[in-house]
Design a protein around this ligand. Structure first.
Ligand SMILES: [Zn+2]
Length: 512
């Protein structure tokens, strides 16, 4: 909306006091922003259960009005483009409880297995305004941010970035400060609190730098936590090999044990998979959430319509891990299994702006994911890999992560980017030398899958709205694989009459 487009957030300084007894919070958020269009009014989001107590700008009390989940703030004089505003909002209330975290989010006031208080927040789909007043749009990440978390003793409040001091208060609480000096999405500006213990470790990046590891863990799980760290080091080597260095090595590789399954909170990844390691040691949840440090936190969709760049890219990497550890056949099987999860009800990457829930779920109840931005997104990348070949595909992936080699060396925040689906199309076209408009149009901009029609040795694509689809396909004839080129959506094989096996590896995503 216009009253939010007029400013660009530079920094959030979020102070929040959480009281498990009353399940309520109170706090003050100081938002520093640059005015980009002259204005005397701005709009900030804050969830309805939280009441505004005071608003100041530059230290002076200013007029505000609450309208549903928004705060309209008026300045006495028009702020000019380029002017810096410093808006402080004090608020309090009982924040929304999470009905189905992490998917339908909010606050969790839980107990650890030992009976201690355990506070957690997850709100990716709902918006960070469930916790603090903010401009709740993915296109505006604060360049830097601070959190000051006040919780009753002996809880420890964990936030993003680096620990920036603790202060014991006279009322039996302690304030834990955190400072993040890289850009961060609003939904990662959350905290968890419990009587955590801290496991410290480090891992060497491919850059040669040491990445500090900090795992805030329940005391009863320390041994399992060490195993999770060893696993995570392997995942880091894997992601760095394909995507470039861990993007937040100037901050930390942080993990926090949570009562919900997990979330990719940058530098403080929420982990709640209860150490369910597979036989080979894999913790799929940790692999997935940690990979989001690249696909979501380094490279962020500028609107939720491109949410698949987070979930589809990372789901592809999850499956690539199978190839890395178990070989190509296992990879093909794992990718084929993904196809059971698609619904094909709406485009994976719609062109119009969307809120997160609209893209995540087509069901009106907003309770179950369609799976399309995950599995279908991953499968689309798998098919692109077949179309342009491994070398060009993996170069495209790497450039989507870091567009240049120079950017891989940057750690001050400028390495992070806001992206769109078309950015990836451009990269894949530049790397492959192939025009890919038809590929993106069919797979990402409309929901239905193409169907391969076979008549004897002849093949043709049947596509929704007769979209062009010159997608080649493998056909095995007498034990030999032929790549049928399908120019104009048609092709044929030379066969003497033996049985034909179409696309035995399942490279090409199509209606079954
Ligand atoms: Zn995910």
């Amino acid at each position: 909306m216009f009253e939010q487009a007029v400013y660009d957030v530079l920094d959030y300084d979020v102070s929040v006091k959480a009281d498990p007894m009353s399940q309520s919070i109170s706090g003050t958020t100081i938002m520093t922003a640059r005015v980009v269009i002259p204005t005397n009014v701005i709009v900030v989001d804050l969830d309805t259960p939280l009441a505004v107590e005071k608003v100041t700008e530059g230290g002076s009390v200013v007029r505000y009005q609450r309208k549903e989940g928004r705060i309209w703030i008026w300045f006495p004089m028009t702020k000019q483009a380029g002017e810096i505003i410093k808006t402080s909002i004090s608020y309090a209330g009982k924040p929304r409880l999470a009905p189905n975290p992490p998917w339908v989010g909010g606050f969790m006031w839980k107990k650890t297995p030992n009976g201690a208080d355990w506070i957690s927040v997850a709100l990716q789909n709902d918006g960070a305004d469930l916790l603090f007043p903010c401009k709740d749009h993915p296109s505006d990440k604060a360049a830097t941010s601070s959190m000051h978390i006040t919780v009753p003793d002996p809880l420890i409040g964990v936030g993003p970035g680096k620990a920036a001091g603790t202060k014991k208060n006279s009322d039996g609480t302690t304030t834990f400060s955190w400072r993040m000096t890289n850009p961060i999405s609003n939904y990662s500006l959350v905290f968890n609190a419990a009587p955590y213990r801290l496991i410290k470790d480090s891992v060497k990046s491919i850059t040669g730098e040491d990445i500090p590891i900090e795992f805030y863990i329940l005391p009863e799980n320390i041994e399992k936590g060490r195993k999770l760290i060893d696993e995570t080091k392997k995942y880091n080597a894997f992601f760095e090999k394909y995507l470039g260095p861990f993007p937040f090595r100037s901050q930390k590789l942080g993990i926090v044990e949570t009562p919900h399954l997990g979330m990719e909170h940058s530098t403080a990844i929420a982990y709640g998979n209860q150490y369910k390691f597979a036989e080979d040691g894999l913790d799929w949840l940790m692999l997935h959430e940690f990979g989001h440090e690249w696909w979501a936190n380094l490279v962020t969709a500028s609107d939720w319509r491109d949410f698949w760049i987070h979930e589809g890219f990372q789901s592809f990497l999850d499956t690539l891990w199978v190839e890395e550890t178990k070989g190509k056949e296992a990879y093909f099987t794992a990718m084929k299994n993904r196809q059971r999860g698609f619904k094909n009800r709406q485009p994976v990457a719609p062109r119009e702006p969307k809120i997160a829930y609209q893209v995540y779920m087509s069901e009106p109840d907003y309770l179950n994911s369609d799976g399309d931005i995950y599995g279908k997104g991953a499968y689309i990348l798998h098919t692109l890999r077949y179309l342009i070949g491994d070398e060009k595909f993996f170069r495209s992936l790497r450039r989507m992560s870091y567009p240049t080699k120079e950017m891989e060396a940057i750690t001050d925040g400028r390495q992070t980017r806001l992206v769109t689906t078309d950015d990836f199309k451009t990269i894949a076209e530049q790397e492959s030398g192939i025009e890919l408009g038809w590929f993106f149009e069919l797979y990402l901009r409309q929901p239905k899958l193409p169907r391969l029609i076979q008549e004897g040795t002849q093949f043709r694509w049947e596509t929704p709205n007769d979209l062009p689809f010159p997608m080649p396909i493998d056909v095995v004839v007498d034990g030999k694989t032929q790549r049928v080129e399908m120019r104009d959506g048609k092709g044929s094989v030379n066969a003497a009459g033996g049985p034909l096996v179409v696309d035995p590896h399942g490279w090409v995503l199509r209606a079954q």
